[in-house]
Design a protein around this ligand. Structure first.
Ligand code: CO8
Length: 257
């Protein structure tokens, strides 16, 4: 792997986009490596993932403009589809993913963070969808996910004006859950990951699936999805251990896959 690294610490996996000379811009190779990394993750031991960018300046400054500049219509569509497929994989990956946005999250970089479950950022983070200024639309899910996360009015404003926003504004509009000093971001992301990892892993995965799948359908169907995933938990060791610990007034819980 040249541009994406993966490390495991306890039950947390850390994926880093590592192309700092180009502010971690997503070219085809970075996308392929990101896809490949997801195959490498041991889903039986890792319970939370963090996704970040290398360096102190940029999470991901977008898709690679140099590579895209000479695309034909067909190549543009194919690149968009490849990115969308991988981002969908992240979005539906069974393990929760926290985007630790450590600087620029522009275009495809903002879209990458949107495909994660939770976004936290550093004080120097900058979010934006500059595509309209480059003569294109967002192509890695930005028109869809941004509208679902911050609402259509704010998403349209950001996308139509191509104006970048700073961390405070991203927090105010609900794009990020928290802002930390740059040197504390990863520590805080790891703390959050541990908080997730300490809970019953199958229950956490079912929660992710219930929220994601429920958002695709109407409320009547959504509650049925929840009922099914809720019911499934009663076949797990974790449900017996979690409720048993409460009833026996034990603090210690040993959740397993
Ligand atoms: N692509 C390629 N290279 C990039 C990118 C990028 N998106 N962003 C930065 N770089 C490179 C620069 O070219 C520069 O390289 P070099 O040193 O070789 O000249 C290096 O990173 C450092 O960048 P700067 O010197 O520009 O650093 P500054 O601190 O002056 O500026 C900015 C930082 C403001 C982030 C600036 O680099 C910038 O505006 N970058 C482009 C941001 C952008 O427009 N991103 C959106 C791209 S479009 C997109 O993501 C579409 C996604 C959907 C694709 C669907 C396909 C069909």
């Amino acid at each position: 792997m040249k541009f994406v690294t993966y490390e495991v610490e306890g039950q947390t996996g850390l994926i880093t986009i590592n192309r700092p000379d180009a502010l971690n811009a997503l070219n085809s190779q970075v996308l392929e490596e990101l896809d490949h990394i997801l195959d490498e993750i041991d889903q039986s031991s890792v319970r939370a993932l963090i996704l970040t960018g290398a360096g102190e300046k940029s999470f991901v400054a977008g898709a690679d403009i140099g590579e895209m500049s000479s695309f034909s219509k067909e190549e543009g569509e194919a690149f968009g589809k490849r990115g969308n497929d991988i981002f969908k994989r992240l979005e539906t990956f069974p393990i929760p993913i926290i985007a630790a946005v450590n600087g620029f999250a522009l275009g495809g970089g903002c879209e990458l963070s949107l495909s994660c479950d939770i976004r936290i950022c550093s004080e120097n983070a900058v979010f934006g969808q500059p595509e309209a200024g480059l003569g294109i639309t967002p192509g890695f899910g930005g028109t869809q996910r941004l509208a679902r996360i911050v609402g259509p009015g704010m998403a349209k404003q950001m996308i139509f004006t191509a104006r970048n926003i700073k961390a405070e504004e991203a927090y105010r509009i609900g794009l990020v859950n928290a802002i930390y000093p740059q040197n504390e971001l990863l520590t805080e992301a790891k703390k959050m990951a541990k908080g997730i990892a300490d809970n019953a892993p199958i229950a956490v995965r079912n929660c992710k699936k219930a929220i994601n799948d429920g958002l695709q359908v109407d409320m009547d169907q959504a509650v049925v999805i929840e009922e099914k995933l809720f019911g499934d938990c009663f076949e797990t060791y974790d449900q017996k251990e979690g409720m048993g610990a409460f009833l026996e007034k034990r603090k210690e819980k040993r959740f397993m896959m």
